[in-house]
Design a protein around this ligand. Structure first.
Ligand SMILES: [Fe+2]
Length: 345
């Protein structure tokens, strides 16, 4: 993803999933799961759940890597294996959506992985569920998320990874991935048309300024509009070689102000999904302390940990301290601009 550093000032493009031979070298999907080991681990429930979810992410990653390796050489995909991977992610989301989404944010700055596609897939399935899709359509959304950026196989890594400003030619090479992805998937027998549509149209914008077909409004399928929201959110909240990760609150805030880019109903669904107090939110506690919600998958969505650093009653900074909001509840979400003395930077 390149933000304001490319040929199109102010543009944002979620081209974050990059695939390398090293990622899949010698790897085939592993049938034995971490879940099978759990009874012997004897860990606390949350730790156990975390290990289980990490195992599911790793399992889906291996399946995806293998599929992408195969399609380089012949126009075929193991749709059954990929659908099973989507099912694995769906079951992981059912177990603990918040922890799952938090874990898919965990990717190293220089890691070229499939985790972006896995994150998008998980988000798409969760939003589809929120919008009332039936199980078969949710599964299709999962598959569409896994494959949405498959066209990047045809974009050179040095372009995808470039830290400096992109040339107009490089920018157009990156943009070509959605059209190429659609073409690639159209050659696969038995693939749901939604999967092809999402690959081709996940960079369209509701105001008609997206690509490749400059579709607008409901001419863009709902599935592709969901993909657009999930793709950008996942890209913004992950770190890459050229940018640090944004917090969920920063990402949601930016997406909300990005007029004409996203479907508002789907943005609202994303906000519901991410939770009332995403990491990075500035909140006021019952004690009058002001602080920032910490990204902690171990704490409950409604009672997150907060790093307090300001007292609104005394109107002065206090020593930074992590507060448990089960004991000191959140009473309001605050705007940083209203407390200039409380928020550095
Ligand atoms: Fe993309």
């Amino acid at each position: 993803m390149h933000i304001s550093s490319d040929a199109e000032p102010g543009a944002i493009d979620a081209d974050t999933a990059i695939f390398t031979a090293a990622d899949w070298a010698g790897t085939r999907p592993r049938t034995r799961t971490i879940a099978a080991l759990l009874p012997r681990l004897g860990r606390k429930p949350k730790q156990t759940k975390r290990i289980l979810l990490e195992g599911k992410i790793a399992e889906a990653r291996r399946t995806l890597a293998y599929a992408f390796e195969e399609i380089r050489f012949e126009p075929s995909l193991d749709v059954a294996a990929l659908s099973a991977a989507a099912d694995t992610l769906a079951s992981a989301m059912s177990l603990d959506a918040r922890m799952m989404l938090s874990l898919t944010r965990l990717r190293s700055r220089h890691e070229y992985t499939y985790v972006h596609s896995i994150g998008v897939s998980a988000l798409m399935m969760a939003i589809a569920r929120l919008l009332g899709y039936d199980a078969a359509r949710v599964r299709t959304m999962g598959l569409a998320g896994l494959l949405h950026d498959i066209g990047k196989l045809h974009v050179p890594l040095e372009v995808l990874n470039k830290v400096d400003r992109l040339t107009a030619h490089e920018w157009s090479r990156i943009q070509s991935h959605s059209e190429r992805g659609g073409q690639l998937l159209a050659c696969i027998d038995g693939l749901d048309p939604v999967v092809i549509d999402v690959a081709r149209h996940h960079h369209e914008r509701v105001n008609g300024t997206g690509y490749p077909d400059k579709l607008a409004g409901t001419d863009i399928s709902e599935e592709a509009r969901i993909a657009a929201v999930c793709d950008v959110y996942d890209a913004l909240t992950s770190s890459r070689s050229y940018k640090a990760a944004w917090t969920p609150a920063q990402a949601l805030g930016w997406m909300h102000t990005s007029e004409g880019h996203f479907d508002r109903r789907i943005l609202r669904a994303l906000r519901t999904l991410i939770g009332a107090f995403p990491a990075g939110s500035l909140v006021r506690l019952q004690s009058g302390k002001l602080g920032v919600v910490i990204d902690d998958p171990e704490s409950a969505a409604t009672q997150p940990l907060v790093l307090v650093s300001y007292c609104t009653l005394a109107r002065r900074a206090v020593s930074p301290q992590v507060r448990n909001t089960a004991a000191d509840p959140i009473v309001a979400i605050e705007e940083a601009s209203a407390w200039p003395g409380a928020v550095a930077g």
